[in-house]
Design a protein around this ligand. Structure first.
Ligand SMILES: [Fe+2]
Ligand SMILES: [Fe+2]
Length: 167
């Protein structure tokens, strides 16, 4: 079974005499970024609290939700790197899952999810075209961002599918 993240194989885990190993440096950089994400999120949240206008609130809330996701993603990567460095499995680490056991069910539905996402992209594109010019282009911006989200979902699903095949 292929390990989900062969970080140990990808990076040279041996400590070089000059200082931290590449994976340690990477972890440091991720951790530095994690605290920046945290600050940005706090800043957005504080600003959001003071906004009375529904449109502004709605758009800022969209950003806050994305930032919360970014925080979760960075946190998961940090936990995974830490786990690799210390040969442990910290909370939130992405390694050491049991792919084989959940494979059957998920394998059957990933293609269906991918199809749904691609249908969604086509529909968003049509809607975006029709919405150009409405509300100063706001609807087009929102639809375009959902297209990008859906493209990301397809990428994630393709990755899952590849891992399910390998497991
Ligand atoms: Fe972010
Ligand atoms: Fe989606």
């Amino acid at each position: 079974m292929e390990e989900f993240a062969d970080i140990n194989a990808i990076f040279d885990m041996t400590r070089s005499p000059e200082g931290p190993s590449p994976v340690e440096r990477l972890l440091n950089e991720f951790e530095a970024h994690e605290s920046k994400e945290e600050k940005a999120l706090e800043f957005y949240r504080k600003t959001l609290e003071q906004l009375p206008d529904p449109l502004t609130r709605f758009l800022m809330q969209l950003i806050v939700s994305d930032e919360e996701k970014h925080r979760a993603v960075i946190h998961a990567m940090v936990a995974t790197l830490k786990g690799s460095l210390t040969w442990t499995k910290p909370a939130g680490s992405l390694e050491g899952g049991d792919w084989a056991s959940m494979n059957g069910r998920l394998r059957g539905v990933t293609d269906e999810f991918i199809r749904l996402e691609k249908d969604g992209i086509r529909e968003y594109r049509t809607l975006a075209k029709e919405s150009t010019g409405y509300y100063h282009g706001l609807f087009k911006i929102l639809l375009d961002s959902m297209i990008r989200d859906s493209e990301k979902h397809v990428e994630l699903l393709e990755f899952l599918k590849g891992n399910l095949k390998a497991a």
